[in-house]
Design a protein around this ligand. Sequence first.
Ligand code: DX5
Ligand code: ZN
Length: 222
Amino acid sequence: MSKSKVMVAPSILSANYLSLGEDLKAVEGAGADLHHIDVMDGHFVPNLTFGPPLIKAIKKISSIPLDVHIMVSNPDDVAMSYVEAGADILVFHAEATKHGQRLAETIRAKGTRPGVALNPGTPLECAFAMAPHVDVIMLMSVNPGFGGQSFIEDTVSRVETLGKWLLEHRLGDRVLIEVDGGINDVNGARLVAAGARILVAGTYIYGARDRDKAIAALKRVK
Ligand code: DX5
Ligand code: ZN
C-alpha cells in the first residue's frame, strides 16, 4: 500500500445494489483505490448488510483490493470467513474483539492485512496497544451503522494525535490511518493534512451526480 498519496475507498453501502457490478466498475474506472465493504450484524450496530458470499462474488470481478470493515459483535469467531471470502484488508472493531492482538496476527498469517477500527467515543489508547500488530487503524468519524451521517469534527484532532504517536513510535511508515464516515472533499482535505491516508466515502461518491469528479476531488486533497 502506498504511503505517499491518499487512497480513496468508496463504500458500497451507498451503491445501487440492483446494479452493483456496474457501480463497482464505474468507481474503479474513476480511480478508486479500494472497495470499502461494510459488514453489519444487526447486533454490534443496528443494521444488517452483507456477509462472505457477497464478498466472494465481488472478489471475482474486482480489479482493486477489498477493504472489509466488520461491524460485528464476535469478530474473533467470524473474521476468518471474511479472509477466506477474499478480504485484502480486514478491519475489526476494538470494542468488539476479545483478543485483538491475537486476531490481528491470525489474519496476517493468512495473507490479509489486519486493521482495527475505533468508534468516535473510544479512547485512542486502544489504538496504541494495537498499533504494532496492525497495518491500518481506522478512526470512525460517525457512530457506525448507517451511511449518510454527519462528520464528527473531533476526528481531525484524533487523527493528528494518532499520527504523531505513530511517528514517535516509529510506526508512521508501517501503519496507515483510515477514516470512515461523513467524508467529503472539505473535511477530507483536513483529515489528510492531519495524517489520514485512506478516506472512505459512501454518500459523497455513490450519491454524487458525477462520481469521477467526486473521487478526483478526494484524491486531490493535500
Ligand atoms: C458507517 C460505515 C461507513 C459508511 C460511510 O457505519 O462504516 O463505511 O458506509 O458512508 P458515508 O460516507 O455516507 O458516511
Ligand atoms: Zn465502513
